[in-house]
Design a binder for this molecule. Structure first.
Ligand SMILES: Nc1ncnc2c1ncn2[C@@H]1O[C@H](COP(=O)(O)OP(=O)(O)O)[C@@H](O)[C@H]1O
Ligand SMILES: [Mg+2]
Length: 153
């Protein structure tokens, strides 16, 4: 488990891009944290690292937005999900086990159906207004390696 302090949007942007650069098709990220913690903000920056040109917005009401980057990027937000059947109807497995990158906001809500191998990212507000504390946890060899790399510099 790795903790990283992000002071201001600039550092969040840099961090997100670095993470996005390291990702490849098939990767899965679960983002956890309160409303306003910065999950969508971080996703935007990860998108830049994945060469998404479109403006990434929160899929709170649509459950999923898809973006074309260097690979497909599937951005879920399951905050308003009341019934996992809605995800079944969407064919979530085709996304989670695909050649694209899947990013799930509020992933902890659907932990039981997320692939076990993934990167868990918790975002919390810090002491300062624009401070965020990120806790990273990689499950599986590939993801542990990515987390290790992110911890350097
Ligand atoms: N270091 C930071 N990292 C991310 N967001 C930050 C940071 N500092 C301030 N913010 C602000 O916090 C808010 C996060 O909102 P958002 O990303 O929509 O949160 P969430 O998706 O977790 O509900 C934004 O208004 C953003 O500008
Ligand atoms: Mg959000």
């Amino acid at each position: 488990m790795v903790k990283i302090k992000l002071m201001g949007l600039n550092e969040t942007e840099k961090f997100g891009q670095r993470l996005g650069n390291l990702l490849q098709g098939g990767d899965v990220l679960s983002l956890t944290g309160d409303l306003g913690a910065g999950k969508t903000t971080l996703t935007k920056s990860i998108g830049i690292g994945l060469e998404v040109k479109d403006y990434i917005t929160s899929p709170t009401f649509t459950l999923i937005n898809e973006y074309k980057g260097r690979v497909w990027v599937y951005h879920f937000d399951v905050y308003r999900l009341e019934d996992e059947m809605d995800l079944l109807d969407l064919g979530y497995e085709d996304y989670f086990y695909s050649n694209g990158v899947t990013i799930v906001e509020w992933g902890d809500k659907i932990e039981d159906i997320l692939p076990e191998d993934r990167i868990n990212i918790r975002i919390e507000k810090g002491k300062e207004l624009d401070e965020r504390i990120i806790t990273l946890d990689g499950e599986g060899d590939r993801y542990r390696q990515i987390v290790k790399e992110l911890n350097i510099n």
